[in-house]
Design a protein around this ligand. Structure first.
Ligand code: GLY
Length: 295
């Protein structure tokens, strides 16, 4: 990045689609508590460390649907997915449907140095144990009650994520999710796929919303691929969201381009991405920055 300025944007899911375990104000507080420490890590240690730090904090906060506080699937169990990627080596690594770990994003990070970068299910969990990730039950009482109450109602979607660019111009993106709630065991979300998480030197994206819709449009990889072709971020997001709206898709995203421009968008007016952002000039969140943002 030309000016060497550090920038980070994080999200805590897709607004009303998150369910009812927390209020808008609680989400605002949770995001604002994470953005400051993550920004400091960005300055001190770079983009990948900052994305990991932000997502770890959000996974630990039980109001967000990732790590502790993840939604329960149809069979009453929690299975989580997480992935990250950065432009220093463009390696995508992730875990799909891992269980009983505190920080799925750290297991995804650990897989970067392996010969195979994505693991799923039992084998992902066994890999985590072999690498020192101890048992952690992510089910909270609030999520259990939500699960019981929602037995006859529809899915809600949620995720956390972060995208950052550091002073050396390294771009990193990461996403972590407990899924949509009440999904069929074995369902694979977008989060640990290049549709939900992608980064290279042209930009980075983390998505939230209905994974099936995000995968249909290959959202994150498509945004970065078009940035690589020098299409402006604003135009890419507008076209992608218009296409999503015309297909009745429900998702949103946070993004950064290689020049440090922030972008937040969703396919429908009724979906607002819960986000916070910080650079050396400003600190904004979804209550102050508006729903749709490119700056
Ligand atoms: N975007 C989260 C999910 O669909 O699982």
């Amino acid at each position: 990045m030309a000016d060497g300025i550090c920038k980070i944007i994080i999200h805590g899911g897709a607004g009303r689609l998150e369910g009812k375990v927390a209020t808008k104000e609680q989400y605002r507080i949770g995001l604002n508590e994470a953005i400051g420490p993550a920004y400091q890590t960005l300055v001190d240690k770079g983009a990948r460390a900052a994305v990991l730090h932000a997502i770890r904090l959000l996974e630990s906060d039980p109001i967000f649907n990732a790590g502790t506080g993840s939604k329960l699937q149809k069979d009453g169990r929690v299975r989580m997915s997480a992935a990250l990627m950065d432009s220093s080596d463009s390696i995508f690594s992730g875990v799909i449907n891992i269980y009983d770990v505190e920080h799925p994003i750290d297991v995804a990070d650990c897989l970067r140095s392996e010969g195979h970068h994505i693991l799923s299910g039992n084998e992902a969990t066994e890999y985590a144990r072999r690498n020192g990730f101890v048992f952690h039950d992510p089910i909270t009482l609030a999520r259990f009650i939500e699960y019981r109450k929602a037995l006859r109602t529809s899915e809600k979607f949620g995720t956390v994520g972060a995208v950052a660019i550091d002073a050396d111009g390294i771009v990193a993106a990461g996403t972590s999710t407990g899924g949509v709630g009440h999904e069929l065991p074995g369902r694979v979300s977008d989060s640990a796929s290049v549709a939900g998480t992608y980064a290279d030197s042209a930009g980075g994206v983390s998505c939230t919303g209905k994974g099936e819709h995000i995968i249909n449009q290959a959202v994150a990889a498509q945004v970065v691929s078009r940035l690589r072709d020098d299409v402006p971020l604003k135009r890419i997001l507008t076209e992608l969201m218009n296409e999503g709206a015309s297909r009745n898709h429900e998702f949103g995203l946070i993004s950064l381009d290689g020049n440090g421009k922030f972008g937040v968008r969703s396919t429908k007016r009724s979906i607002s991405v819960l986000y916070a952002l910080k650079d050396d000039e400003r600190e904004l969140d979804f209550t102050k920055g508006g729903k749709n943002l490119v700056l």
